[in-house]
Design a protein around this ligand. Structure first.
Ligand code: BGC
Length: 413
């Protein structure tokens, strides 16, 4: 029987530091505005006392981030000491192909070192090819809406399979395609900052096409690779029994969890499940910005997301219908004081174990995230890490919950 994979996940732009991609450009344009609009919120003291605070523009600029690009060995030592046997990270496309069609050998060598460092510590690498950032040349050509986006991404994917296919078995082409399309093309709060639902739909369609092209290209290089993708799957339910809530729930669930999912799965050897959300859908325009989500559970993370562990069981059962292995590639919470994290992980893993006992083919669990990191348009203040980062000194401190997670790993499933 294959071993169960336990670890934590990260992504290049959120931790490496020193990147130069479409996000870097976007951050510089929006940092001041984001800091100013944060002044309209009342923040708890435990958030404001950390550096950088949401009220400061530097919070919104990734800059040197955790300097993981240079400190990856130290970080993998920590993961090892925490009992992990696997690690998920992403390759930074903009480093590897800084100019169209020109691959940077030094950067390829860097990631070869990263993979070697994982192997030396018996950490099984799970590699994501695209975690939301793209090279500037790709953005300038129109990003995912440019007519040959699929071909360009597949070329990068094939090259990576060729370079690292002997050392990496588990691959994820793309991270949360729907989340990316919704924020970047409909909500407009992430690059490329568009607010057009039709563009969001077209972007999602293009991303699915790019995933499928990358899948085929990688399998051509090496049929033995396990190639998947990740999606955020939300546990939706209607609020009460009224038919309009049920209808609204069905429509929202369709958009968030279903369109194109089948097409993605058809070109995948496994599913990467990212799970963060539970939503009760209630059509009431006065309840929230969207007027549709209503959670009674008052236990929330620092970013206000409801803590509802049973949801992971429900979405795992839902995904079992595809008949493919599932890896939980992300699940976690922002909790600067580390007051909820131990129970959060225990409870989610408990519900995941129950789904597994009932026959769902779950192969691994990756907590998001190994380190505190750059949480996209929210910047540095949300603290998702098993390991705390002091962004002034870059000192790493393991949080108590990380040791509890280690105990859980040792007990096994
Ligand atoms: C993304 C991560 C992000 C996390 C928490 C996931 O959807 O893949 O990059 O940091 O959610 O928001």
């Amino acid at each position: 029987m294959e071993r169960f994979y336990w670890g934590a996940a990260t992504s290049s732009h959120q931790i490496e530091g020193g990147n130069d991609n479409d996000w870097t450009a976007w951050e510089k344009t929006h940092a001041k505005r984001l800091a100013q609009s944060a002044r309209r919120t009342t923040w708890p003291e435990f958030i404001l006392k950390n550096y950088p605070s949401p009220l400061e523009p530097e919070n919104y600029i990734s800059g040197k981030a955790c300097d993981h690009y240079r400190r990856f060995r130290e970080d993998f030592d920590i993961a090892k000491s925490l009992g992990h046997n696997a690690h998920r990270f992403s390759l930074e496309w903009s480093r590897i192909e800084p100019e169209e069609g020109k691959f940077n050998e030094q950067e390829i060598e860097h990631y070869r070192e990263v993979i070697r460092a994982l192997r030396e510590r018996n950490l099984e690498p799970f590699v994501t090819l695209w975690h939301w950032t793209v090279p500037r040349w790709f953005a300038e050509r129109g990003g995912w809406l440019c007519s040959d986006a699929g071909r360009l991404f597949a070329r990068f994917a094939a090259r990576m399979a060729h370079e690292f296919g002997r050392d990496v078995r588990w691959w994820l082409t793309m991270n949360e395609l729907e989340t990316f399309a919704r924020h970047g093309y409909f909500l407009g709060d992430r690059p490329p900052g568009r607010t057009n639902p039709f563009a969001a739909y077209r972007a999602l369609k293009a991303l699915v096409g790019a995933h499928r092209a990358a899948y085929d290209a990688m399998k051509e290089v090496s049929p033995s690779l396990a190639v998947g993708f990740t999606e955020s799957v939300v546990d939706f339910e209607p609020y009460g029994r009224s038919p309009h809530n049920l209808l609204a729930m069905k429509a929202i669930r369709w958009w968030r969890n279903d369109p194109f999912f089948g097409a993605l799965v058809r070109s995948a050897d496994f599913i990467g499940l990212q799970h963060y959300f539970h939503s009760r859908i209630r059509l009431n325009p006065f309840l929230s910005a969207w007027g549709i989500q209503y959670n009674e559970n008052k236990e929330v993370s620092d970013v206000g997301w409801e803590i509802h562990p049973e949801s992971i069981y429900r979405v795992l059962k839902e995904l079992a219908r595809y008949g493919k292995p599932i890896v939980v590639t992300e699940n976690g919470l922002a909790d600067a004081r580390d007051v909820h994290r131990t129970r959060y992980i225990n409870d989610h893993v408990g519900w995941m174990a129950r789904a597994k006992r009932e026959g769902v083919d779950v192969r691994g669990y990756f907590y998001w995230s190994l380190l505190d990191n750059f949480e996209w348009q929210s910047g540095f203040w949300p603290r998702f890490g098993l390991v705390k980062i002091d962004y002034r000194t870059l000192q790493r401190t393991v949080r108590p919950s990380a040791w509890q997670y280690k105990k859980l790993i040792e007990r096994g499933m």
